[in-house]
Design a protein around this ligand. Structure first.
Ligand code: ISL
Length: 573
């Protein structure tokens, strides 16, 4: 068992656009993050993952980079960035950047040159193909691939008469990683930021950088195309090993790769410590499980048994020579408490239960901004209030051009849309929640819940979700067994309970750490669990408030848990 700082770290994700505005343009900025660093520090996290802050025309809120070495003017300057990095380091925290290298913006100088003619030295930086003439004599895209964000994945470019590939929006052309010059450019970018002193990278859609060829996809469901056609191409591991060997291995940093389509078979290859690729990946087992056949905007209920299996399967797959990451939300998926908890009557308790789940799993936990105060999904009543390109493109495709009822589509957006997690951070109860000045129009409306769900209110309340996150994070830090012990779930078949042991072993071998039992009732009704044979609870360590009566009684082998109650115990011996 290899112990390192990034395994023991807790990471906090900042989506800068929605964090804190200081310049009065209604957009969060770097000085805003500097201003709020004490909040992040107070939470007790070790690492900040900063979503992209590079120069970008913001077609996809910075995930379309126009210059990898410059800061977006809306967010500030490089001097601001340097001060931020310094402020983070001074507080004993680390910073990881978001590396978006599957694609650039179409406004990146490489692409502007690439598209200018067929025979310039940047042409082969991107993926250009001639169209195919149909029997009707009309020109069609090179194949039937669709974009993640609706419509075809190919855009015709009149200058050269060819199409370029964009797996995301048409303003996000895919880089051609087959070209060694492209790989060298990206390695140089990575080196540039590491030399500045950043502590690693979250790598956007890293599973997509190697293409498998350009055959038509035979799959009807888009998610099948992602897994079988777009992700895990033949050279992805080679490319990552090259980047690791040439640059990353020279620094003491952490890397986490993001990527749809990474399955249980492929996942371990990305993170196996002997292979020299990445430290962790974000798997999407629990992020895609509530999508129906129609994809993102076809939500279906969470299958709770499957939810638990996902945690077990990935724990097992990643623990053999690799390392897992654990997260319940990020800037692309709904709010954790609305999706996996109960954001109505059990809002406070269920948010605390989710914090307990996050902080008692093996792997590195990631907290998304606002999660620490239980921010909820938002339900704007008009599509005009939405800003996310994925949502708006799907609206055009499905409602304006198709047959979908606008209200029904909007209901799906309320459940799944990415703007659920992009409304401004709720700092206080003043108009605009302290995110921007009262007379400034924020780039996206606030979630009206800010009047009662906000940092200021929760800082003063010892029973708040924020107080509990602090406690749960400190608790994890005080109990290394929670980081490294095996995971052993005893309620896989139960419809309400997620209960697990964290025995003092790693891959079956004793590791010297204490053993734990975690009991979670993830339902609106009370539930009883019987401990596995031979397990004896010892010390009551943590609860989300309800367990105090249980705590008084000597523990028995059968325990009743109130709705959304969470308990953590040590077990004997
Ligand atoms: O949000 C999703 C679809 O609903 C995901 O499939 C998401 O597109 C995918 O996980 C890739 O996300 C990353 O790359 C995108 C960017 O829009 C996301 O914000 C980013 O996290 C393209 O760069």
């Amino acid at each position: 068992m290899n112990q390192t700082w990034w395994k023991e770290a807790v990471v906090y994700q900042i989506y800068p656009r929605s964090f804190q505005d200081t310049t009065g343009n209604g957009v969060g900025d770097i000085r805003g993050i500097i201003q709020r660093l004490d909040h992040v520090k107070a939470l007790g996290v070790d690492v900040i993952w900063l979503s992209p802050v590079y120069e970008s025309p913001n077609d996809d809120n910075g995930y379309d980079i126009a210059d990898y070495r410059a800061i977006m003017a809306e967010f500030g300057t490089m001097a601001d960035f340097d001060e931020l990095l310094d402020g983070i380091h001074t507080r004993g925290m680390k910073l990881i950047m978001d590396l978006v290298a599957n694609h650039t913006s179409d406004e990146h100088a490489w692409f502007e040159k690439s598209r200018a003619s067929k025979d310039n030295d940047k042409r082969d930086y991107y993926i250009w193909k001639p169209g195919v003439k149909g029997p009707d004599g009309v020109m069609h895209p090179p194949n039937n691939w669709g974009s993640f964000f609706s419509g075809p994945a190919w855009e015709f470019d009149a200058t050269s008469g060819e199409y370029y590939l964009h797996l995301f929006t048409r303003k996000q052309p895919d880089l051609n990683w087959e070209n060694p010059a492209v790989r060298k450019e990206i390695a140089d970018v990575v080196e540039f930021w590491l030399e500045k002193g950043v502590d690693g990278f979250r790598m956007d859609v890293i599973s997509l950088i190697s293409k498998r060829g350009y055959e038509n996809t035979p799959y009807k469901e888009f998610n099948d195309t992602i897994t079988n056609v777009y992700a895990n191409g033949p050279r992805v591991h080679e490319f990552l090993q090259e980047l690791y060997t040439n640059v990353i291995s020279k620094y003491d940093v952490m890397t986490v790769g993001e990527g749809p389509g990474i399955d249980l078979e492929e996942g371990p290859k990305y993170v196996n410590e002997d292979r020299g690729e990445l430290n962790m990946i974000f798997h999407f087992g629990h992020m895609f499980m509530d999508q129906g056949p129609g994809g993102k905007f076809d939500p279906i209920p969470i299958d709770f048994r499957r939810f638990k299996e996902v945690f077990v399967e990935w724990d097992q797959a990643m623990s053999k020579g690799g390392w897992n990451s654990v997260f319940l939300s990020n800037h692309d998926f709904p709010r954790a408490v609305s999706r996996f908890g109960n954001d109505g009557p059990h809002w406070n308790t269920s948010a605390k239960l989710l914090a307990t789940l996050l902080m008692t799993m093996r792997g590195t936990p990631y907290v998304y901004q606002g999660e620490e105060i239980g921010m909820k999904n938002v339900a704007f009543d008009s599509i005009d209030a939405y800003r996310d390109v994925e949502t708006l493109n799907a609206y055009s495709e499905q409602v304006l051009d198709g047959t979908r009822d606008p209200d029904e589509f909007l209901r799906a957006v309320h459940i799944m849309g990415r703007d659920n997690v992009r409304t401004p951070m709720q700092w206080d109860a003043s108009p605009h929640a302290g995110f921007c000045a009262e007379d400034v129009e924020p780039w996206i409306q606030l979630n009206p819940s800010y009047t009662h769900i906000n940092v200021t209110a929760q800082e003063e309340d010892p029973d708040s979700i924020f107080a509990f996150y602090k406690k749960a994070i400190a608790f994890r830090k005080a109990h290394k067994g929670l980081v490294y012990n095996d995971l052993d779930v005893w309620t896989l078949e139960d419809d309400q309970l997620f209960c697990y042991l964290r025995p003092g072993t790693t891959n079956g071998a004793k590791n010297g750490f204490q053993s734990y039992a975690v009991l979670l009732n993830m339902s609106d009704r009370p539930a009883v669990t019987t401990l596995p044979e031979g397990v004896i609870l010892s010390e009551f360590l943590l609860s989300n408030g309800l367990g105090s009566s249980a705590m008084q009684k000597p523990p028995s082998s059968s325990l009743e848990l109130q709705p959304w109650e969470a308990q953590v115990w040590t077990t004997k011996p």
